[in-house]
Write a new protein. Structure first.
Ligand code: ADP
Length: 343
């Protein structure tokens, strides 16, 4: 509603500018045309004014002068009518055009506003769910007069687990704010350091599940101008997902290569894969594929890939995914190479 009012106001402003220009030109045109007409009217006419000429009678002279005055009046009316019609058309056409342009101008703002509202609603929902479940569990435990010390400890343990999840959710939300505010620390970094750092951090979780992470670096000495912490975080999210959504004892391959002016990080897994219908949504905030929510019971809030994509976007890069259900997925993170990079 507010935005609709905004569109009308903006359209009004556009129209006012358009009409001011049109009225200014109309007034100038009117002045020039009337000036020309009046000059024509006052121009001496040898036949009428020459005393030794054909000698028109005073009556005929008056008649000719009256006719000329009438022609002048008619021409003036014509000019005024045409200018009025032109301005009326500009008012109608310009009004429609102004409204269309105002809508177009405000559409990105409206979309950003809608996305922000959706994000706030989703974040509130995700925060409320564990808080509600924790509260209910605690109330039930408190009402139990025979609650043993062991059961109380179990309840506290469950609370801590929920709080850990909440902490990771809040950290994820804060991460968005940091990336959105472009607080990235840009330096020249070697691309293979990002691979090494991310793989090192993913190894403990991979080892726990007997998953082998293989790295292939074909772009030695490649450098990127960017935020090392953020890019490592983005790659780590992708590798972590590959580990999370793969069966035990499978293999994940991380490749670093160079394609023309870009540095390409590829993460390939032989895991659950993603349905073609879900693939376009996995980079949306809070999106989790059905199978991750239900079948696999893997923890997460659907924020990881959205954060990774924001980081890659902030580096003017691209993050894409291809996948075959039950066969595996390939994530490709591409960022522009720094000027001094050599393959
Ligand atoms: P989550 O916290 O759920 O892992 P992400 O944003 O990291 O959130 O991922 C979004 C969804 O994309 C996941 O819930 C999962 O369904 C799907 N997904 C991401 N990576 C993979 C992968 N390597 N294999 C299969 N599914 C994946």
């Amino acid at each position: 509603m507010k935005l609709h009012r905004g569109s009308l106001k903006l359209a009004g402003l556009y129209l006012a500018i358009l009409l001011s220009i049109s009225l200014f030109f109309s007034a100038t045109l009117y002045q020039t045309s009337i000036g020309e007409l009046e000059r024509g009217l006052r121009r001496p006419t040898p036949v009428l004014d020459n005393p030794i000429g054909p000698g028109f009678s005073e009556g005929i002279r008056r008649q000719i002068i009256d006719e000329r005055q009438q022609q002048y009046n008619e021409a003036r009316r014509n000019i005024i009518n045409k200018l009025l019609i032109t301005n009326l058309l500009i008012l109608i056409g310009g009004g429609a055009l102004s409204y269309y342009l105002a809508l177009r101008t405000l559409r990105p703002i409206e979309e950003a506003h809608e996305a922000q509202s959706r994000f706030t609603a989703d974040a509130s929902h995700e925060l409320r769910t564990p808080i509600t479940s924790m509260r209910t569990e605690n109330e039930v435990a408190l009402m139990d007069p025979k609650l043993s010390l062991k059961e109380a400890k179990q309840q506290l343990q469950s609370n801590i687990e929920e709080l850990e999840k909440l902490t990771s959710l809040v950290e994820g939300l804060l991460r968005f704010a940091q990336i959105d505010n472009a607080k990235l620390q840009t330096t020249t970094i070697s691309a293979d350091s990002i691979v090494t750092l991310a793989v090192d951090r993913a190894l403990p979780r991979a080892e726990k599940r007997g998953i082998l992470i293989t790295t292939k670096i074909t772009a030695k000495n490649a450098v990127i101008s960017g935020d090392q912490v953020a890019l490592t975080e983005a790659l780590l999210t992708i590798i972590d997902n590959a580990v999370k959504y793969s069966p035990e004892k499978s293999e994940v391959t991380v490749t670093l290569s160079r394609q023309q002016k870009n540095i390409v990080f590829t993460v390939k897994d032989k895991g659950a894969g993603i349905k073609a219908s879900e693939l376009p949504h996995i980079f949306e905030r809070f999106y989790r594929a059905d199978s991750s929510r239900t079948k696999q019971h893997v923890d997460g809030y659907g924020l990881g890939l959205a954060i990774a994509k924001s980081i890659v976007d902030a580096h003017r890069g691209q993050l894409t995914a291809t996948s075959v259900l039950n066969k595996g997925s390939t994530f490709v993170m591409t960022v522009p190479a720094a000027k001094s990079a050599s393959a």
